[in-house]
Design a protein around this ligand. Structure first.
Ligand SMILES: O=C(O)[C@H](O)[C@@H](O)[C@H](O)[C@H](O)COP(=O)(O)O
Length: 228
């Protein structure tokens, strides 16, 4: 049974303040416990609206490593690169942003390369922050030919390459990487996505949606931050 706590806000600004506070606390706790923090962040629109607030947190950013939960297989200077968005938000704070994409033609090899990079980082992440796609995707785990690979990858495997149904290659953290994270937080907007996520959580392992299948095996409580 998924233990999910919903936090509802009247505006994005309110949500940004609360989520930035929570993420700041997660980072601070990791710094206190281990001297460094590793956080996996989405770099989609909702999350990007929260980054400026988070960036203002007075933290030892130099000890913080930031990775994307998933990324498109594009060069890091491509404006759609999620690593680029994270670098834009956090490099000036002193954080280390670790891109996970090698722009290879074969997305599965790009996945191997992402995995190899992540194998060098202290694991597990202190935070996996997920956004929810309108197709029910979580991180880059989406319906398509590689869904099962991303869901069933062995525990030691940190990232895989996946092809979306629309034919867009990307790399993503595996379900086991997400679930190994010390905390999981979700941000989403809009009633449609809320209805979808509530249903996915209720359906759990039998959910048709990737997000339902990812969360079904979570052992930690999940904080879900929502605004209309
Ligand atoms: O890479 C993508 O195609 C996006 O990651 C997408 O799937 C995203 O997760 C949703 O659009 C939710 O993002 P927002 O909450 O910012 O709308």
């Amino acid at each position: 049974m998924i233990e999910a706590e919903w936090w509802d806000y009247d505006s994005v600004e309110e949500m940004a303040e609360a989520v930035a506070g929570d993420v700041g606390f997660i980072i601070e706790s990791a710094l206190d416990a281990r001297g460094s923090a590793l956080i996996a962040l989405p770099a989609d629109e909702t999350a990007r609206a929260i980054f400026p607030q988070l960036g203002q947190a007075s933290l030892q950013w130099k000890q913080v490593m930031v990775i994307p939960t998933d990324d498109l297989i594009v060069a890091v200077d491509n404006e759609r690169s999620k690593a680029r968005a994270l670098a834009h938000a956090f490099l000036s704070k002193g954080a280390r942003v670790v891109p996970i994409v090698t722009p290879l033609d074969d997305y599965r090899l790009a996945g191997n390369s992402a995995d190899a990079r992540l194998q060098d980082l202290p694991w597990p992440p202190d935070l996996a922050w997920l956004s929810v796609g309108s197709d029910g995707s979580a991180a880059g785990i989406a319906a398509g030919p590689d869904l099962q690979d991303a869901l069933d990858a062995p525990k030691a495997r940190r990232a895989v390459g996946v092809m979306s149904e629309s034919g867009e290659p990307r790399v993503t953290l595996t379900r086991s990487s997400i679930l190994s994270s010390r905390t999981i937080l979700i941000t989403l907007r809009g009633q449609d996505k809320r209805d979808m996520l509530e249903q996915a959580i209720a359906d759990g392992q039998s959910s048709k949606l990737p997000i339902g299948r990812v969360l079904a095996e979570a052992e930690q409580p999940i904080d879900i931050h929502w605004c209309a």
